[in-house]
Write a protein that binds this ligand. Structure first.
Ligand code: CP
Length: 321
């Protein structure tokens, strides 16, 4: 594996989930694989889970880890070509990425969208340039449009908690929020679940109010519902997530109906397990009674971030050694 940016970078969807679950059972089975190899984790935005789980995954494989908080500790980055850098930017991504590639065998980078210009965000310009100039394998720690480590984690979590012969019904349900959030997590979850649906692993439904349609690039084959109660009927897993409008880019539309998942709504489902990537705003996005209840998987899901990161790092290391 040379890069991990989207589900398209995974040839064997079931295979990578099985391999991650084997690593969960035996975390130190490859503790020498990453010896004398360095992972660089570059953050342009905050993180708790991605930072700690990826660091732990690398340590389980014997790697050294360096973390760079570019937003706080790095020089202000210029990403445009053909401009004289006579303003606030100090270092061009061409040099910054190339230099990091000199110190690290694998790099991870997190860069959120600005949610101002859809074309700019969806071009993934910064990410593409980072991959191009650093010269080593790159893992997305969440980009403007996708969060693949989270989505792989989510598929691992669903696999772990589904023992029935029939396919589970997985519902991604939009939830309210107080601020405009990126579409990266729901885009990515949809992209991974659509692939899983195409491979006959599960059935996938997206529920959101009108005006919150995601880009069709990520939702091919998904059933889309505009009423939450309708979507929840027969659900085995509910993936709760807020996102801002894609069409009216980065905007929040007012919604009159109740979209926060509470115990009453949960009872409409097939005793569904509840997932959320975290961080979550209690009693805004998701009711505390659900988060603290027996059907919530959110903590286990966050725990599984380690095995998603570890399987990706292992596959990259396999090709380096
Ligand atoms: N879910 C997730 O990526 O969490 P962090 O933003 O804390 O890394």
């Amino acid at each position: 594996m040379k890069q991990f940016f989207s589900v398209a970078d995974v040839i064997d969807l079931s295979g990578i989930v099985d391999e991650a679950l084997r690593l969960k059972r035996e975390p130190f089975a490859y503790s020498n694989l990453g010896k004398r190899k360095t992972l660089g984790l570059v953050f342009l935005n905050p993180s708790l889970r991605t930072r700690l789980s990826t660091h732990k995954a690398a340590a389980n494989l014997g790697m050294d880890v360096m973390v760079m908080n570019m937003d706080k500790d790095g020089w202000a980055l210029e990403t445009r070509d053909g401009v004289a850098m006579d303003g606030t930017t100090v270092e061009h991504i061409r040099e910054a990425a190339a230099v990091m590639g000199q110190y690290c065998d694998i790099l991870g980078i997190r860069s959120f969208p600005k949610l101002v210009d859809q074309e700019e965000d969806y071009s993934e310009d910064l990410f593409g340039k980072f991959i191009r100039f650093c010269g080593v394998p790159v893992i997305s720690l969440e980009s403007a449009t996708r969060h693949p480590l989270q989505s792989l984690t989510d598929l691992i979590t669903i696999r772990e908690h589904w023992k029935d012969d029939r396919k589970p019904k997985v519902v991604m349900a939009w939830a309210p929020h107080v601020k405009a959030l990126p579409q990266a997590v729901p885009n990515s979850f949809a992209e991974w679940m659509c692939r899983a649906q195409a491979e006959n692993i599960l059935d996938f439904t997206i529920a959101h109010p009108a005006g919150y349609e995601l880009s069709s690039v990520f939702t091919q084959g998904a059933t889309v519902k505009y009423a939450l109660d309708d979507a929840l009927e027969g659900a085995d897993f509910i993936y709760v997530k807020n996102w801002s409008s894609f069409k009216d880019y980065g905007k929040i539309h007012s919604v009159r109906e109740q979209w926060m998942l509470d115990q009453g709504k949960l009872e409409l489902t097939n005793q569904a397990k509840v997932m959320h990537c975290l961080p979550v705003r209690r009693d805004v996005e998701l009711a505390s009674e659900v988060l603290d209840g027996p059907q919530s998987l959110v903590i286990e899901e966050a725990g599984n971030r380690v095995w998603a990161a570890q399987v990706v790092l292992k596959r990259m290391l396999d090709e380096l050694t």
